[in-house]
Design a protein around this ligand. Structure first.
Ligand code: TYC
Length: 124
């Protein structure tokens, strides 16, 4: 049977200091990758998008932006006009769970008022 250095000093009856001196200790080798930085991957963020349509009243969209996205009336009016002119705008960026909740709240509010307003989310 072939013996390989075990690092516990039992292989040749040496003290740790003797093993360091003769190179049989395996604490100083480069074969083990040691993690220095902890892995802290941030969760992905999601853009919530509001889409234009030809039927939802402008005032309703403004009310949606005030109610569900905490915008001032002026801010909400500005974003509504952007959607009206460009077809789509990002109305907020959130965690997956919050974005999902916002989309559901807007879609439900629009459905209850019988407007075809569409709200979606996509990974940033
Ligand atoms: N285009 C709509 C209108 O002229 C207004 C509108 C704006 C609708 C933004 C949806 O997300 C929207 N009444």
């Amino acid at each position: 049977m072939t013996k390989t250095p075990s690092g516990d000093g039992t292989d040749m009856g040496l003290t740790p200091l003797q093993m360091m001196a003769n190179g049989t200790d395996d604490d100083s080798d480069t074969s083990v990758v040691v993690d220095t930085r902890p892995k802290t991957k941030r969760p992905p963020l999601y853009k919530v998008l509001l889409l234009n349509d030809d039927y939802t009243p402008m005032e309703f969209v403004v009310a949606v932006l005030e109610r569900f996205f905490g915008m001032s009336h002026a801010q909400a009016f500005e974003i509504m006009l952007t959607v009206h002119k460009k077809g789509v705008a990002v109305v907020g960026v959130f965690s997956h769970e919050i974005a999902e909740t916002k989309v559901a709240q807007v879609m439900d509010f629009a459905r209850r008022h019988q407007h075809p307003l569409q709200c979606t989310m996509e990974k940033e």
